[in-house]
Design a binder for this molecule. Structure first.
Ligand SMILES: Cc1cc2nc3c(=O)[nH]c(=O)nc-3n(C[C@H](O)[C@H](O)[C@H](O)COP(=O)(O)OP(=O)(O)OC[C@H]3O[C@@H](n4cnc5c(N)ncnc54)[C@H](O)[C@@H]3O)c2cc1C
Length: 368
């Protein structure tokens, strides 16, 4: 049996170990948990009306959102973890009309968008009662994922499949035809290694002779514990950085920030609180969120110069696979990326051919 080590237990690593063929591989998952993005996030899965022009990113995000149907069934995800709650877009009427057209066009290749409806101000506040009456566009296919709950659920499944999970930071170096995984307590040699460490990819690749363009970006979310009946509320994209993500049992998340300069800093800031709450205040009815108790969730995303992820085997290296740069849409693309990697590693596909989804690795990784 071959040994495989996965470095990083975020959405990519944790999903991947659950898809790797346990008859072929003895699987080890190393995760330090430091600066993790997945556990801090509580995310919107609704990529279809993005105005980003990167076609490969859009194809990946669209197919990633569609893949959730299989994911829910493969891993028995409950509504507490993932729920199709619908998405509301709040804009002025001209922008809403344009978004409706875009939704109709994109639905041809993405039936997951579901129903598309322009709502009048009264209908908007009926569907999301915390909002002031305002026009909006509703699509029924939007969903939300609780990153932390997802990881907890998959961790249990992985342990049940015999995956060895080690909560520690490791380094990697070449060892003959394999790879040596080093931590203070032990050294293990494996046949294959998958690096899915978010922005820490730079630190792991440098000793192997590669540099990468991945950088850390701080993201802060505020979680309000309200006494509102939030059941069946959709997520809402408001103008600006502040989006609303209501969960059941009264929890409402507001966020997230995108702070490139803050790099690895995980401290919650007053500035972020003010920016996010002031950004959302003008959309809210009398229930101001700041009257409720709150806490912060802070994580570090990995981003690349073109904000697109890259993933797959490194040319000229046997058994070295990387996946990083998932940016702001990693909950949407992460599980599908992990599944594609598992199909390759499990030997279900012979060739790694991902030109529909990503640029050549030369854009992101160079030999030092
Ligand atoms: C506040 C916030 C809100 C977000 N909202 C959304 C959203 O609405 N929709 C969406 O699609 N996406 C969203 N995202 C983005 C998404 O969460 C990330 O893109 C995705 O979770 C990244 O997953 P990952 O597995 O690549 O990395 P991570 O989740 O960061 O996991 C990497 C893991 O590797 C570990 N690690 C690193 N180096 C080592 C080492 N040497 N040894 C051992 N372990 C190591 C880290 O500690 C970490 O646990 C959000 C992110 C944040 C922070």
């Amino acid at each position: 049996m071959k040994k495989i080590a996965v470095i990083g237990g975020g959405i990519i690593g944790m999903t991947l170990v659950n898809y790797l063929d346990s008859k072929q591989f003895e699987v080890l998952l190393y995760d330090s948990g430091k600066n993790q993005a997945t556990g801090a996030s509580a995310g919107i899965i609704s990529p279809w009306l993005s105005k980003r022009r990167n076609k490969q990113w859009y194809a990946l995000a669209r197919d990633g959102a569609a893949f959730y149907e299989q994911l829910v069934s493969d891993f028995s995800l409950t509504n507490e973890i993932y729920e199709k709650c619908g998405t509301l877009f709040v804009r002025d009427q001209v922008a809403l009309d344009q978004l409706e057209q875009l939704a109709i066009e994109r639905k041809e290749k993405a039936p997951e968008i579901g129903q598309i409806r322009l709502l009048n101000p009264k209908e908007t506040s009926e569907i999301l009662p915390i909002l002031r009456p305002t026009p909006s566009l509703y699509i029924s296919g939007g969903a939300r994922l609780d990153g932390k709950a997802y990881l907890n659920h998959l961790r249990k499944r992985a342990l049940g499949r015999g995956v060895r999970i080690i909560s520690d930071e490791v380094k990697v170096q070449k060892a003959g035809n394999g790879w040596e995984i080093n931590r203070a307590e032990e050294k293990v040699v494996v046949d294959k290694v998958v690096l899915a460490p978010g922005p820490k990819l730079k630190d792991l690749l440098e000793p192997l002779g590669y540099s990468t363009a991945v950088e850390p970006q701080k993201g802060q979310l505020i979680s309000f514990s309200t006494d509102l009946n939030t059941n069946n509320w959709p997520v809402a994209f408001l103008d600006g950085e502040a989006d609303l993500i209501p969960f059941n049992k009264g929890e409402i998340l507001l966020g997230a920030t995108h702070e490139n300069e803050a790099k690895w800093d995980l401290r919650p800031t007053k500035k972020a609180f003010e920016k996010l709450t002031q950004g959302v205040d003008r959309y809210l009815n009398n229930n101001s969120l700041t009257d409720f108790p709150y806490s912060f969730r802070v994580g570090t995303r990995a981003y690349t110069p073109d904000f697109a992820p890259f993933f797959g085997p490194l040319k000229d290296e046997v058994g070295l696979i990387v996946a990083s740069g998932l940016g702001s849409s990693g909950l949407t693309t992460g599980p599908y990326i992990a599944f594609l990697l598992s199909e390759f590693l499990n030997g279900k596909v012979d060739e790694w051919e991902m030109s529909n989804y990503e640029k050549d690795f030369d854009h992101y990784i160079t030999v030092i």
